[in-house]
Design a binder for this molecule. Sequence first.
Ligand code: HEC
Length: 159
Amino acid sequence: MKNYSRLIVLTGLFVAGTIGFLVSSSPSSQAASAPEKEISTEPVEPDMHEFMEYVFQPTFKQLKPAMATEPTDNQGWKTIKANSLVLAEGGNLLLIRQPKEGATDWSKHSDQVRGFGGKLYRAAKSKDFKMARKHYESMIRNCNACHEQFAGGEHILKP
Ligand code: HEC
């Protein structure tokens, strides 16, 4: 009798194990447990010239006239907020484009552009033109610092 109940238990375990195996080896659960490729930031356009020409240049071209005089309407502030935020976040995108040589300096310039770009963005949010103008000029100084060092002194921008 003791052996008989033991057999039942063992049979039960075997059945449960078999079902478990079938479930775990079904195609859908296999797909879910397949090792996932790590997703990380990577440049879409690794060429720096193209990146500056299509991301930074058009943004700067819109920001510059908007920063010339204090905006008189909401649209003017919106132009400043939109373009300063793209340039500030662009600082992050520069950080994933470090050159093999001078990566530390490159990162410092990128960090400064991100920092002052962010301050400009926040000043524009509170419609403080005096502060906005100050941070804008500091940002451009740091754009130029990178151009001095990494673009052979070309593309020196006037704020
Ligand atoms: C970390 C370095 C770095 C920073 C910071 C940087 N740039 Fe540049 N930029 C470059 C390099 C390098 C080039 C030259 C690319 C080439 O032609 O090979 C360039 C070129 C340019 C050009 C010329 C593009 C063309 O089509 O000829 C413009 C405009 C420009 N940058 C705008 C900006 C603005 C605006 C900022 C700041 C908000 C900025 N850059 C910040 C590295 C930087």
